[in-house]
Each structure stands twice: as structure tokens, then as C-alpha cells.
Design a protein around this ligand. Structure first.
Ligand code: URA
Length: 209
């Protein structure tokens, strides 16, 4: 599918299967989410530009590669996005972090924004927006609308599972934003849950209902 990268690394797929199982505990789910997010982060940053820096090893001066440009921004869509954020920060500890609070109205499935906090200068940075579930796409579309209003121009979206309906909505709203996901599932049910999915990612992470 154009604009969508499915991260099919065997470790990602194995961990995702355990996360889908309904008997996986809250602690197990949280640990796996943290582990899988480092692997997803590795893939979503695979093509970042490098520049050479003059350094001295104990033996010799050399030109060695370092990441080019300003620090990345990870933008977490609350609350489930925070589960992906942790592992990504393990891998890129210097990243800046944005938090975007959006919840789904269970009747209309519309995204309602209640919190937004991002670094000042998002226009010259790569922003990686994270949310485990791309379901209807409403929350991620609203979050990216907001980031673009603040000047963000270089955005990627990273999730664990995506529904085809959500991908269509997302790409209609934001055709310039590539999607990275571990799986494209079958469909959304009437309640807006991804099928087969893994249930409510926030509830499974935090042991709520
Ligand atoms: N959000 C979730 O946590 N799970 C779904 O299946 C859909 C949206």
C-alpha cells in the first residue's frame, strides 16, 4: 500500500502476537510494548541523514558519522501513545517530546482535544507521531492538524496496528505523512475497535476497563 510501511521484522511480529493474546497480563503487555517500540523506532529512523564530525579516538583522528539536523520530536497521542514513547526514548534519549491529549467520543467516534504541549520550534525538526492504534484515524488526523498549525512540515506516523478504514481517512487528510505500522488488520467493528486487533491498548497497558 502506497505511503504505508509494514514493519515485518520477525521479532516485531512475534512480540505483537503475544500482545494480541487476551491472556497476556498488564505487566507483560507493557513490557512487550516497550520492547517492540524500540524495534519500531529503529525502523522509522532507518533513513535519517548523517553528517561527518571530526573526532579523536584513543588512537587516531577521524571523520565519523553523527545524526544531521535538529533533535527529533516524538509526539505522543495520550494516553496509549506513551507506551510507545518509552521505548523510543530508550533509543533516542535526546529527542524532544510533545504530548497531545485527544479522546474518542464513544458515541460519535470523533476526536476531542483536551491537551497540547509541544516544543516551540517544530518547523525544522522531524516529528514522529506515535499512537499504538490507527483505528478511525480521527485522533491522529486531529493531532497532526494541530502540529501542522504550529508549523510542523516533516512528519511521520508510527503505530502498532492499523485498520484499512483508518489508513484511508488518514491518507485523505494527510497524504504527505508516511505511516509505519507492524500490521494492517482486517477491519473496524461497529464500536470502532480494530479486528482482530488487541483490544483497547490503553486499558491493556494500564489495567483499566
Ligand atoms: N483504540 C484501541 O485502543 N483499540 C482499538 O481497537 C481501536 C482504537
Amino acid at each position: 500500500m502506497d505511503g504505508v510501511t509494514v514493519i515485518d521484522h520477525p521479532l516485531v511480529q512475534h512480540k505483537l502476537t503475544i500482545m494480541r493474546k487476551k491472556e497476556t497480563s498488564t505487566a507483560g503487555f507493557r513490557r512487550l510494548l516497550r520492547e517492540i517500540s524500540t524495534l519500531l523506532c529503529y525502523e522509522v529512523t532507518r533513513d535519517l541523514e548523517l553528517t561527518m564530525e571530526r573526532i579523536e579516538t584513543p588512537l587516531k583522528e577521524i571523520d565519523a558519522p553523527v545524526l544531521e539536523g535538529k533533535k527529533l520530536v516524538f509526539a505522543s497521542i495520550l494516553r496509549a501513545g506513551n507506551g510507545l514513547l518509552e521505548g523510543m526514548l530508550d533509543l533516542v534519549p535526546s529527542a524532544r517530546v510533545a504530548h497531545i491529549g485527544v479522546y474518542r467520543d464513544h458515541e460519535t467516534l470523533e476526536a476531542i482535544e483536551y491537551y497540547f504541549k509541544a516544543p516551540e520550534d517544530v518547523s525544522n525538526r522531524l516529528i514522529i507521531v506515535v499512537d499504538p492504534m490507527l483505528a478511525t484515524g480521527n485522533s491522529s488526523i486531529a493531532s497532526i492538524d494541530k502540529l501542522k498549525e504550529r508549523g510542523a512540515r516533516n512528519i511521520r506516523f508510527l503505530c502498532l496496528l492499523a485498520a484499512p478504514e483508518g489508513i484511508r481517512n488518514f491518507q485523505t487528510a494527510h497524504p504527505d505523512v508516511p505511516i509505519y505500522t507492524a500490521s494492517i488488520d482486517s477491519h473496524l467493528n461497529e464500536q470502532g475497535y480494530i479486528v482482530p486487533g488487541l483490544g483497547d491498548a490503553g486499558d491493556r497497558m494500564y489495567g483499566t476497563k
